[in-house]
Design a protein. Structure first.
Length: 190
């Protein structure tokens, strides 16, 4: 029960970050968004820093679960399977999980001013890149861990452009994302 409540609060905090930015992240705003009685968030996360860390830990948990679910499919697959999986991820993150990505961007910006958060962000990102490096190694990529870092950076750029950049107001097109995914996978495996 406590783990569920902590995840509920972390998810609501991410929604607040996405909607109101880092300045809008307060215990009271999270209570309201989560539909919890006043004081619930501060019971589980005494400080704003602890709340930010909870958001980040929940993001990393979601990302790791996603990679873990995809990895078995990709290890028996090929370039086309990886491109199809990447297309699905890009489409989902640019549409139904857009809020999650906006919250991630807010955490990136907050980490510029908070070294403790920056360390956690780096550690979480390293875990994702390591897992992706394993997938790329299984598919025969040269320097798979270096390629994984650049593939993640490219995916971040594509998502940022679709969610908060110049293309944010345009409709998300699956075929366009599929073309980008194929191009990125070819580059990662070349």
């Amino acid at each position: 029960m406590e783990t569920d409540r902590r995840r509920q609060i972390a998810g609501a905090a991410l929604e607040v970050l996405a909607a109101e930015g880092a300045r809008g992240l307060t215990h009271r705003a999270v209570d309201r968004t989560a539909g919890l009685p006043a004081g619930s968030t501060s019971y589980y996360y005494r400080s704003r820093a602890a709340l930010l860390e909870a958001c980040l830990a929940d993001l990393v948990r979601q990302d790791e679960a996603e990679i873990a679910a995809l990895a078995p499919l990709l290890r028996v697959g090929d370039e086309a399977a990886l491109a199809a999986a990447l297309t699905d991820v890009l489409l989902r993150w640019a549409t139904t999980e857009r809020t999650r990505q906006l919250g991630r961007y807010e955490l990136f910006l907050e980490a510029l001013r908070r070294p403790d958060l920056a360390r956690s962000l780096h550690d979480g990102g390293a875990a994702i890149r390591t897992a992706l490096g394993g997938v790329l190694a299984d598919l025969g990529a040269p320097d798979p861990h270096v390629r994984a870092r650049w593939l993640v950076a490219a995916v971040d750029g594509v998502l940022f452009e679709r969610i908060a950049g110049a293309l944010a107001s345009e409709p998300v097109d699956r075929e366009q994302l599929a073309g980008v995914a194929r191009w990125l996978v070819r580059a990662a495996l070349a």
